[in-house]
Write a protein that binds this ligand. Structure first.
Ligand SMILES: Cc1cc2nc3c(=O)[nH]c(=O)nc-3n(C[C@H](O)[C@H](O)[C@H](O)COP(=O)(O)OP(=O)(O)OC[C@H]3O[C@@H](n4cnc5c(N)ncnc54)[C@H](O)[C@@H]3O)c2cc1C
Length: 289
């Protein structure tokens, strides 16, 4: 199907884009990589009167490594994260996760921030943002604000972004030095959305877990952080029994929906298995210098 007619504008700066959104935000949509929006336009599940293409705005395509955080500009593509080379455990996690996001052509255009703005429950990046307590940076007519990931996701395809606001970037706190990470996903075919996915970032100190984050995708109608499982592990020795208990706890924290190819009970079981695999791998990576 062809999209319904719409006006198109490509602002050259963030203030210009915000000015347009301030006037017409309620009946407009921002276009970033277009890998989700164009499908919505073609199926006419979205019928905005105006499309605001932000791709010509300079300065939004950088990954910036700072002391305590990594900043991902609003136009950083999935492919940039797939090839991230900076010196931080986060770069390894980006490289491990990115190949699970769609196919190379989609990754060449789709953006990290666009994934967070779209808020598909199965999005790997949304789970990563949740696990690491990302701050989503917004600019709107009343200025700038940052929303933490746990307040950002309001439901499937629903976020705290107001129609007159533009996401300008995402700030990810850097895991502590020496942290290791692992990611695992269950999907029906290469390139399809996750039936369930898990990621773990942890650090061992003195043979005990002193810091751990567990993120889950498609484990509920919003991305989840398995905080009870994290609490269970913190301060403990990462023995097999503990990892199994933490994985079971993470599965119990999840609330997956029935899907035609994967009933909820099956998906909950899969979440436990994926978390256990990630925990085991992250611990092995921490123990292998
Ligand atoms: C075949 C296929 C397979 C896919 N598989 C996966 C997958 O496995 N995992 C996954 O996570 N995703 C998958 N996707 C989605 C893909 O990752 C998209 O790139 C991503 O969801 C949206 O990013 P985008 O930059 O393309 O955003 P767009 O499509 O441009 O926009 C998506 C939504 O976010 C809003 N938006 C975007 N940027 C901003 C901004 N800066 N400020 C405010 N609002 C904004 C738009 O208005 C729109 O509502 C797949 C897509 C396709 C086509």
């Amino acid at each position: 199907m062809k999209p319904a007619p719409f006006d198109y504008i490509a602002p050259a700066s963030v203030p210009e884009a915000v000015g347009v959104l301030a006037e017409r935000g309620a009946d407009s949509r921002v276009l970033a990589g277009g890998q989700s929006l164009l499908i919505e336009l073609r199926y006419r599940t979205a019928r905005p009167a105006l499309v605001v293409d932000v791709n010509r705005i300079p300065g939004l395509s950088e990954i910036t490594v700072e002391d305590g955080s990594v900043h991902v500009g609003a136009l950083v593509r999935h492919a940039q994260l797939e090839h991230a080379r900076f010196d931080d455990p986060l770069a390894g996690l980006f490289r491990e996760v990115a190949p699970y996001v769609a196919h190379p052509p989609v990754r060449a255009r789709g953006t990290f921030a666009g994934s967070l703005a779209w808020a598909h429950p199965a999005s790997e990046w949304c789970a990563l943002a949740m696990a690491l307590d990302a701050g989503i940076e917004l600019e709107g007519p009343s200025g700038t604000r940052t929303v933490s990931a746990d307040s950002w996701f309001r439901g499937p395809f629903a976020t705290a972004c107001l129609p007159e606001e533009l996401v300008t970037g995402v700030r990810l706190p850097r895991p502590p030095a020496g942290a290791t990470a692992a990611f695992a996903e269950l999907r029906r075919t290469h390139g399809s959305f996750a039936l369930a996915a898990a990621m773990v970032v942890l650090r061992l100190a003195g043979g005990r877990v002193d810091w751990v984050r567990i993120g889950l995708a498609n484990a509920a109608d919003v991305p989840l952080r398995a905080m009870e499982a994290e609490r269970l592990m913190t301060g403990e020795r990462p023995e097999r029994e503990l990892l199994a208990q933490a994985a079971a706890r993470a599965a119990a924290e999840s609330d997956p929906a029935d899907e035609p190819h994967a009933p909820a009970a099956y998906r909950r079981h899969a979440i436990g298995a994926l978390v256990r695999r990630c925990l085991t791998q992250a611990v092995e990576r921490a123990e292998t210098p």
